[in-house]
Design a binder for this molecule. Structure first.
Ligand code: ZN
Ligand code: ZN
Length: 730
């Protein structure tokens, strides 16, 4: 078949689950290339997905592809993975593929210089020569002048002269400069002293390395058991075989620390990071370095699982239990689950590390699951370091009192005296979560969400933590005119204020989403803490993971009671893991660590297991509960959320959508319509239908048919909807 006769199936960022047919423009074309095509009145960027010999559309009505880029973005294996992801999460194929294409390519700005040049002046370049250059060539003269001072990196030229490459070429042709590829000099870096492995770590490493091909390894190790050291050893072996490794981390705040540890160990290797704090330009550059094979090690957050990597030999999922691996909008994938599919497809090992496995993985360790293996680390890597002792502290009797109890204050003071650090964990930012009128009980609510506004004292504002609506603080109750408005409860800001009163000489650092807005802020935090510039850290869950603070000996956990009795059945699993993680920050080196938890429910079973550092016991208890209630991981679920500004639009659509369920012969159960906890969000009324089945294939067969049926309903035009497969939030 001549290429001019081929029908080209292109994936486009369009919300229908189909490919679009085009004719070739005569040029050679390959699967995975990115192209531009006419679509309606616009030109869209798409990816060549497949070829066909015929089309549903008449051949004379088919349009030609208008532009073909020479670069193949995705190979067939990655396209196969994306196709699986599209069908598993019931998300349109074109949107699935386009949601993992780097932003700059989608904006059609992909042509960055992949190689950076070092420009060196030749001896011919003199002031006289520059003076003789044409006067009109201002930029050329400027560049030549700069070069006269000495060699310069291309990126530094670009800061003052825009698109300098053609100018550099002109000078090079005139023999006024030479260019060579600029490379990071590694001699200034020193290799990290490699810690000696303990016997448990050695066993884990040799088991993984002695197995060929795909296997999912769950490395379950107590906090501080040296999981990172295991990753480093595995990667080292891969590097010797010239294979690349991909490490997925749950959140951006873990990457700077991990990155620097990797750079210290593999100082002569190319390490790239992929996360949302990067500029689109950097992101594309790193993506291309992964794809070309130039990057030896790729560290990234969830989206990195879709990065094309030339010779991928190992995938590591650090903190596999972490909820941030689940994307909560658009393509709602779970990066850990996609990692397993990708590893299987490439026939390479996937190593999942955690101190608190997800119940899904925990159940896999109990059942004989093919190609799934469980490895345990029971000791802390530094042999003298012990797990911290955990103690429960009751609240003060006066229930409106938000003050820290005497016992807590005394404990903090003791540590400050010893020049040790304290971490206070409170999973709530702002000053106070609720403001209440002491006379009539009125509280300010967001007009766009069914949520209360949070008081932020520094800005003197009330803010919604769901839609980020902000308004000036009020001085008077709008209902009864009372001037006495009482902030109830405590957030990070209030705690910081209070601590400043008690410990005026201490250096206190608040760490939450309001203070940690950039990668730099995170880096600074880590440096400050490790250099001993901080006495007390106050923070949200940002602080609970990964950070290795060697001088930290006391962790205090506040305000967790509400999470113990949440409506989300996953809440206790999550809180246990969070408490384990945050407790694990304490006493990691040679100082003994203590953890104090303030609670009104000391008899809740979670504390019994937490105090005994008994994850297995608690996980088994939770699994038993889930089994009795037939919940995840014993059954499979999906949630359809429908939203619109007018509730009537939602209602009309939901009625029709439920009627369509009845037309399909299926064993799948459904519940609904139900209103989610946040009934209204960002001005949209929301309604859900929840699906549940004991058979994963049944559920997907049903969802496939039903999603097709509801896409054809006319009412769908007036609503927004999303399907969440394997949901984690309810
Ligand atoms: Zn009032
Ligand atoms: Zn809101």
């Amino acid at each position: 078949m001549k290429s001019s006769e081929k029908i080209i199936n292109v994936a486009l960022n369009v919300p229908v689950n189909e490919l679009f047919d085009y004719l070739s423009n005569g040029e050679d074309i390959q699967i995975g290339q990115y192209v531009k095509v006419p679509f309606g009145r616009r030109n869209l960027i798409g990816i060549v997905y497949s070829f066909a010999s015929s089309s549903k559309v008449e051949k004379n009505k088919l349009k030609k592809i208008s532009y073909i880029d020479s670069e193949v973005l995705f190979d067939k294996r990655l396209l196969k993975l994306l196709s699986f992801v599209s069908s598993y999460y019931h998300y349109p194929i074109g949107q699935t593929i386009m949601s993992v294409v780097p932003a700059r390519i989608k904006q059609d700005k992909s042509h960055i210089n992949r190689i950076e040049l070092l420009i060196q002046p030749t001896e011919t370049l003199t002031q006289e020569v520059i003076n003789a250059l044409p006067k009109r060539q201002v930029r050329l003269r400027k560049l030549a002048q700069k070069l006269l001072e000495g060699p310069i990196r291309q990126s530094n030229v670009s800061k003052t002269i825009s698109s300098p490459l053609p100018l550099i070429k002109v000078l090079e042709k005139a023999n006024l400069c030479t260019t060579l590829e600029w490379q990071l000099k590694s001699d200034s870096l020193s290799a990290e002293a490699i810690p000696k492995l303990n016997s448990e770590q050695e066993i884990v490493i040799s088991k993984i390395l002695n197995h060929n091909g795909y296997k999912a390894w769950l490395v379950h190790g107590v906090t501080g058991s040296g999981k990172t050291e295991i990753y480093l050893n595995l990667i080292e072996k891969l590097l010797k075989k010239n294979l690349q490794s991909l490490i997925l981390v749950p959140e951006i705040n873990l990457t700077p620390q991990l990155e620097s540890r990797f750079i210290r160990r593999f100082y002569d290797k190319k390490i790239v990071v992929l996360h949302s704090f990067l500029s689109d330009r950097e992101r594309l550059k790193h993506w291309q370095q992964a794809k070309s094979g130039e990057a030896d090690i790729v560290i990234g957050t969830r989206l990195a699982i879709f990065t094309p990597i030339k010779d991928l030999g190992l995938i590591i999922v650090d903190e596999e239990h972490d909820a941030s691996f689940k994307q909560q909008e658009g393509l709602r994938y779970h990066a850990r689950d996609v990692a397993l599919v990708r590893g299987k497809e490439l026939n390479i090992p996937v190593v999942m590390g955690t101190a608190t496995p997800s119940l899904e993985s925990w159940l896999n360790t109990k059942q004989t699951v093919e190609k799934f293996d469980y490895l345990r680390l029971t000791k802390r890597a530094i042999s003298e370091a012990k797990l911290p002792s955990i103690k429960l502290i009751p609240y003060a009797k006066d229930k409106y009192s938000t003050r820290l109890s005497q016992e807590l204050l005394k404990a903090i003071e003791e540590r400050i005296k010893k020049r040790q650090q304290v971490l206070i964990f409170i999973n709530r930012r702002g000053y106070a979560p609720v403001l209440v009128c002491t006379s009539c009980g009125w509280t300010p609510k967001c007009h766009r969400c069914s949520a209360k506004l949070v008081y932020h004292r520094q800005q003197n504002k009330l803010r919604c933590h769901h839609c980020d609506h902000q308004q000036v603080m009020i001085s008077q109750c709008p209902d009864c005119g009372n001037l006495d408005l009482l902030p109830l409860g405590k957030g990070t800001q209030r705690l910081e204020d209070e601590l400043e009163n008690y410990f005026p000489k201490a250096s206190i650092l608040r760490v939450d989403r309001d203070t940690m807005r950039s990668k730099k802020a995170l880096n600074d935090l880590y440096t400050k803490v490790n250099e001993g510039d901080v006495d007390i850290l106050v923070g949200t869950q940002i602080l609970s993971k990964g950070h290795d603070f060697k001088n930290l000996s006391l962790v205090i956990i506040l305000e967790i009671d509400h999470a113990l009795y949440s409506t989300n059945f996953r809440s206790t699993e999550r809180i246990f893991s969070q408490l384990t993680q945050v407790s694990g920050r304490s006493g990691r080196a040679l100082i003994e660590g203590d953890v104090l938890i303030q609670t009104n429910f000391p008899n809740h079973p979670i504390f019994h297991y937490l105090k005994n550092h008994d994850f297995s016991g608690y996980a088994d208890l939770l699994l038993e509960e889930r089994k009795q209630m037939n919940l995840i991981p014993y059954s499979y679920m999906a949630i359809l959320t429908v939203q619109a500004k007018a509730f009537s639009c939602v209602e009309e659509f939901i009625d029709k959508a439920i009627a369509e369920i009845g037309k399909i012969k299926t064993e799948v159960n459904f519940f609904g319509p139900v209103r989610p906890t946040l009934e209204r969000l960002k001005g949209f009324e929301r309604v859900q239908i929840i699906f549940q089945s004991n058979d994963r294939n049944d559920l997907h067969r049903f969802l496939g048919q039903w999603m097709n049926a509801i896409q054809n309903l006319t009412e769908i035009k007036r609503v927004k909807f999303s399907l969440d497969v394997d949901p984690i939030d309810f």
